[in-house]
Write a new protein. Structure first.
Length: 196
């Protein structure tokens, strides 16, 4: 089965793992069905790698350190724990840039970007009420990103609950003459809102 490569799934370097996003994230058009297919595939690959590592390392630990017919539970647990650590290292390292991981990486980056806005939403709401352009653009990005996340995750009920708020905010932007296509999360917007 070939992986269909969409624009949304082109690979970029993983953003820094620090608490703040220091580079711009951009929303890209994605086919939700292809996204779900590819994330299921990457999840399956990682699960198989983990199971193989856990079984191999547990067996190896028991063979090297265990006692025949004795209690080898701690060696089995140690092997599974080592399997978890190696799997995480593989996902964060060489697997991260593989084409079969592109959809999962994009989803992770999208959710991380949305969480960075959610963490300051109380300030964003205050600044939107004060007609701060950076906060207005930030909230629009959040709405567009959340809409995409709900579509990718097939969560239409959560999207329906926010439709009125999203439409009202878009109308406010149009009245203020601010572009409604805010598909990039500019870290400066977050800094501006945090500093306000």
């Amino acid at each position: 089965m070939a992986i269909v490569q969409l624009d949304c799934f082109k690979h970029e370097k993983m953003p820094p793992r620090s608490g703040d996003l220091t580079r711009m994230f951009e929303l890209k058009p994605c086919d939700p069905a292809v996204y779900r297919q590819q994330t299921r595939r990457s999840t399956l690959i990682i699960a198989v790698v983990f199971l193989a590592l856990a079984m191999l390392l547990s067996s190896l630990a028991v063979m090297l350190f265990g006692e025949p017919g004795g209690d080898n539970f701690r060696f089995n647990v140690g092997g599974v724990f080592a399997g978890v650590l190696i799997t995480v290292a593989l996902v964060r390292g060489p697997f991260w840039t593989q084409p079969w991981m592109a959809a999962a990486v994009y989803g992770w980056q999208l959710k991380r970007s949305l969480m960075s806005v959610t963490n300051v939403m109380h300030k964003v709401s205050e600044r939107v009420q004060a007609d701060d352009p950076a906060a207005i653009k930030l909230l629009r990005f959040y709405h567009l990103g959340l809409t995409q996340m709900h579509a990718l995750d097939a969560n239409s009920s959560a999207q329906a609950q926010m439709a009125g708020e999203i439409a009202a905010h878009k109308a406010k932007m149009q009245v203020l003459g601010i572009d409604t296509e805010q598909t990039r999360l500019d870290p400066l917007w977050l800094d501006s809102v945090k500093g306000a």
